[in-house]
Design a protein around this ligand. Structure first.
Ligand SMILES: [Fe+2]
Length: 438
């Protein structure tokens, strides 16, 4: 029977109770809060015909980039199909998730384009399209899609604040820092627990080197981002970056141990944040002790090659960081095989994943010159590592450290001075520049 959500998007459901239950689950999805899969499961149990609930569940699993969730995503897709006749946008969402799981990222993003053209207020589609754009390296779309929805969504309709938070992040990723900060702060003022908007402002403060403000920003609202949010690990990672920039090693390790250290419930993206932080400590010459071993064990248990390039790069960091050269070599061989495929996943690997993983391995072997050559040869393809600017910054940080160690002084100086222009307060950059002068 035909129903519509509060923004007028039609939904297949049995009754208005299902529509209300989906709206509640969607609220958790948008806020990265609570247990949206649990909420969707309860909805589906009462109303298996609610196609949108099956699809949201499939999408959550698909964009977690967690290998053992791929099967669950496919099961949810099959359940959506079995639920019966679906609306056009529901069929297209199923096609988008299926394309993503098959490594056809452009196709997935095109399906979302079509959905949002027909249903410009489709908040669930926007949320998952935003995640798809993020992990497909489509930076411009991160800004464009939320902006279009803001134009289509009247101020009095629910969910607009979350769209503002997504737009803030897109503005930040396209280096429009002033507008990003304004939009992000407005979104947080409207919904203090909008952790994606908190994160967008956090990115601005990171990109502009305002570490002290960043520590304050996160410190003042710790309950909002750290409590009952499955995005807390990533926000904690951002907080640690400010401390790292200020060379506050004790604070970095305390944050790692509290939020990022692998646990039973860690998903692979959490492990990626952990690897990225330990690698940055490693580059700064700060020992992380047994943490590397624990992290490499967690990767060995949960990671499988070729699910997504973002995972692959971080798995390599973990194995090299833990000095596990046999596992690193095996991973490299597996990735080289996967890169011969014909899908987007293979293309990302060929153009970004493989050279980056080779550079990490070279750095681990003390072959600084090879690391410099591989990383400086990436050019615009670095974007295909996907993730955010801040996450890809690990490439520049590794390049700078490799250049310093390879005594490629003029390259290191050029990179550091360019970096200092955007981050004039950085203690870390000044220390590295003084190493060059020594
Ligand atoms: Fe981030």
């Amino acid at each position: 029977m035909g129903f519509a959500d509060p923004r007028g998007v039609p939904l297949t459901a049995r009754d208005s109770g299902s529509v209300a239950a989906f709206e509640e689950a969607l609220g958790q999805i948008l806020a990265f809060a609570g247990d949206p899969v649990g909420a969707l499961d309860r909805l589906i149990e009462g109303d298996p015909s609610c196609v949108q609930a099956h699809l949201a569940k499939a999408a959550i699993y698909a964009w977690s980039l967690h290998p053992s969730f791929v099967g669950r995503a496919r099961e949810a897709l099959a359940a959506a199909e079995a639920a019966g006749p679906a609306l056009d946008h529901e069929r297209r969402q199923a096609a988008a998730v299926d394309a993503w799981l098959g490594g056809r990222y452009d196709e997935a993003c095109r399906e979302f384009d079509a959905i949002l053209a027909d249903e410009p207020r489709h908040l669930a589609a926007l949320f998952f399209a935003h995640q798809a754009d993020f992990f497909a390296g489509r930076t411009e779309a991160l800004e464009l899609r939320p902006r279009r929805m803001l134009e289509a969504l009247p101020e009095d309709l629910p969910g607009r604040g979350f769209v503002l938070g997504m737009w803030a992040f897109g503005l930040e990723e396209t280096a429009r820092f002033g507008e990003a900060e304004e939009a992000g702060r407005a979104a947080v003022a409207a919904a203090p627990r909008d952790v994606w908007a908190i994160h967008a402002v956090g990115h601005v403060l990171e990109e502009t080197g305002r570490s002290e403000e960043g520590i304050l920003w996160y410190g003042e609202r710790e309950e909002d981002w750290a409590g009952n949010s499955y995005f807390a690990v990533h926000n904690a990672w951002h907080l640690a970056l400010y401390h790292l920039d200020r060379e506050e090693e004790g604070a970095v390790l305390a944050i790692y141990d509290r939020f990022l250290a692998p646990g039973r419930r860690s998903i692979l993206l959490n492990l990626c944040d952990a690897a990225a932080l330990l690698w940055r400590l490693h580059l700064a010459g700060l020992p992380a002790g047994a943490r590397w071993r624990t992290l490499a064990d967690a990767f060995a248990a949960k990671y499988r090659p070729g699910c997504h390039v973002f995972d692959d790069v971080h798995a390599m960091l973990a194995f090299v960081g833990a000095d596990r050269s046999a596992e690193a070599a095996r991973l490299m061989a597996d990735l080289a095989g996967i890169a011969e495929g014909g899908d987007e996943r293979a293309r990302q690997l060929r153009r970004a994943g493989l050279p980056i993983c080779r550079a990490i391995a070279a750095f681990g072997q003390g072959d600084w010159r090879s690391a410099v050559d591989l990383l400086s040869g990436l050019g615009e393809d670095r974007r295909l590592m996907t993730g955010s600017h801040a996450q890809r910054d690990i490439l520049d940080l590794t390049l700078i450290e490799a250049a310093i160690r390879a005594r490629e002084t003029s390259l290191a100086r050029e990179l550091l001075e360019r970096r200092l222009e955007r981050r004039p307060e950085s203690a870390r950059i000044r220390r590295d520049l003084s190493r060059l002068a020594a």
